[in-house]
Structures are given as structure tokens and as C-alpha cells.
Design a protein around this ligand. Structure first.
Ligand SMILES: Cc1cc2nc3c(=O)[nH]c(=O)nc-3n(C[C@H](O)[C@H](O)[C@H](O)COP(=O)(O)OP(=O)(O)OC[C@H]3O[C@@H](n4cnc5c(N)ncnc54)[C@H](O)[C@@H]3O)c2cc1C
Length: 260
């Protein structure tokens, strides 16, 4: 149950509120507003101006090329409609949630709450997305913020306020999936990113607590084997590990053929 609602007007105010116990950021509220047993205070981020989507800067991984900087409170639908959103990422976003949810759900809220079945988290992990995370109020040196890869964030999901997410635009990217119906969340999905240097990063989704990094190599050799091996224990109520291993290899191959 939400016992108090705050709507700070500045990032400083929001960060100060979030140092209080049982106080959490409120993005689109699609998950947070559901009934829950514990009492929380919600800090609504909507007045902080964190919803812009801009092409700019430099990719911190390669120190070259451009990045798409996505404000934490940008909605999934706003990202989907952005002229800079890679086509294959649009496919993943459409699978994440139907349009009514996409119009409210934020990119940060989706990454924080998503599990391994999240096509959006799968895609962003493949793109080696970088999160800017503020952990407390402003210090004399500035905000106590840090930039960390989504791969570092997902296993622990540390407390803090995500203010933006950056994805590279100087890459080729592909996303493939298998699901019960064309609009269901996938039983298995694969996202493949390739940088100009040859770096090739394959992530699988559709299973478990977080998407799984299957390969991050200097080239695409061994991609299908890596895909298959990654899911050797991926059995759940939706599919057996044997099925997922076979399909992962096929989807990885399709991604490689479809990179653009
Ligand atoms: C009826 C219904 C039930 C759902 N049930 C589930 C479910 O059980 N599990 C699930 O994963 N998804 C569920 N969803 C999907 C949910 O809508 C998505 O996970 C959604 O994308 C969350 O985004 P949001 O912006 O609405 O997040 P919110 O609901 O606002 O927040 C979700 C989580 O993210 C945190 N958060 C939000 N923004 C930030 C930020 N900037 N920095 C740090 N933390 C932040 C919140 O504190 C909270 O823990 C459900 C949706 C609906 C409509």
C-alpha cells in the first residue's frame, strides 16, 4: 500500500526523499500502484523533466559514435515513436506490453521490475546499455551518481534513482523471438548487437530472473553454440531446456543474418 505520495520538483528534492526508509521512485506506476502487503512512500518522478530522448554524445564503451540518451521517465511508447529508436528495438518494445501500458510505463521502471522474460531488458542488455544511477543527494562534488552497465545492474538491482539510460547508435542490431501468439511475451528471444570493431554481443531472454548474456566476443564465430549452451538448464512451465537450446541457436543464426 502506498501510504504517502510526494511529487518533488527538483532532482535534489527527489534524492533527499529517497534517502528515507521505505521510500521508492514512482515511474509510470503500472506496477507500483498494484496492491502490495508492505507500506511504502512513493516519490513521483514526473515533474523532474527526465523524459527526454536525445541523440548525442559519445558511446562510453567505444569512445566513438553516437548514443541515444533516454530519460528514465520516458515512456516505452515515446521511445517506440522516437525517430532514433532502432527498428529491431521497436519490435522488442511492442512485445513488452500493450499500448495502454506502454503509454504509462517508463523505461527505468521496466528495467527495474522486468524479469528474464522481458524483451526490452533483453534488447538493452545486448546493446550494453549504460544506466546513470544517483544514490543520494548532491554533495560538494556534485551528485553521487555513477554510470553502470545494465549487466552490472540487473543481478543486484541496487537501490538508487536511475536518471537516464544510454544505448549506442553506431551498431548493427537484430532481435528475434518465438512466442505462443504474435503479441505474447516470448518463450525465448535473442538480441544481437555488433559494433564496427567486430565486437558481437548476444543476449537471450524468455526465461529466469534476468536476461542472459550468451556471448560477448570480438567476432561472431561460435554464436550458435554459445546460444545453445547458455540455455542448457532453462526449463520452466513454458518450455524445456532442450527446446530452448535448439531454438536459441536458430534465433541467434537468424539475428546474425538479419543484422542491420
Ligand atoms: C496489472 C499489471 C500487473 C503487473 N504486474 C507485474 C509484475 O508482477 N511484475 C512485473 O515485472 N511487471 C508487472 N507489470 C508490468 C509493469 O507494468 C512493467 O514492469 C512496467 O514497465 C513498469 O514500469 P513503470 O514505469 O510503470 O514502473 P513503476 O510501477 O512506477 O515502478 C516499478 C519499479 O521500478 C522502480 N522505479 C521506477 N522508476 C525508477 C527509476 N527511475 N529509478 C529507480 N527505480 C525506479 C519503482 O520503484 C518500482 O520498484 C504489471 C502491469 C500491470 C498493468
Amino acid at each position: 500500500m502506498i501510504t504517502a505520495y510526494h511529487r518533488p520538483q527538483t532532482l535534489d528534492e527527489a534524492l533527499a526523499l529517497l534517502t528515507q526508509p521505505n521510500t521508492v521512485p514512482l515511474g509510470g506506476g503500472t506496477l507500483l500502484s498494484q496492491p502490495r502487503p508492505d507500506s511504502i512512500e512513493a516519490v513521483d518522478l514526473q515533474s523532474l523533466g527526465l523524459d527526454s530522448i536525445n541523440k548525442k554524445g559519445t558511446d562510453p564503451s567505444t569512445r566513438s559514435g553516437q548514443v541515444l540518451e533516454i530519460g528514465a521517465t520516458a515512456t516505452l511508447q515515446a521511445l517506440l515513436e522516437s525517430e532514433h529508436c532502432p527498428e529491431a528495438l521497436k519490435t522488442a518494445i511492442k512485445l513488452e506490453a500493450p499500448i495502454n501500458i506502454r503509454n504509462s510505463a517508463t523505461v527505468a521502471g521496466t528495467l527495474v521490475s522486468g524479469d528474464g522474460r522481458s524483451p526490452f531488458a533483453t534488447a538493452l542488455l545486448s546493446l550494453d546499455a549504460k544506466l546513470t544511477l544517483d544514490r543520494g543527494p548532491r554533495t560538494e562534488d556534485g551528485f553521487s551518481s555513477s554510470v553502470l552497465g545494465l549487466g552490472e545492474f540487473l543481478p543486484l538491482r541496487p537501490r538508487g534513482l536511475i536518471t537516464s539510460i544510454a544505448i549506442p547508435l553506431n551498431t548493427k542490431f537484430a532481435f528475434e523471438f518465438v512466442s505462443r501468439t504474435p503479441v505474447d511475451k516470448p518463450i525465448i528471444c535473442a538480441a544481437l548487437t555488433q559494433w564496427a570493431s567486430g565486437r558481437t554481443r548476444l543476449v537471450l531472454g524468455g526465461y529466469g530472473k534476468s536476461p542472459m548474456l550468451a556471448m560477448d566476443g570480438t567476432e561472431a564465430d561460435g554464436l550458435e553454440i554459445a546460444a545453445s549452451n547458455a540455455y542448457h538448464e532453462a526449463t520452466d512451465e513454458w518450455a524445456s531446456a532442450e527446446y530452448r537450446m535448439d531454438v536459441a541457436a536458430v534465433l541467434a543464426k537468424r539475428c546474425l543474418e538479419g543484422l542491420k
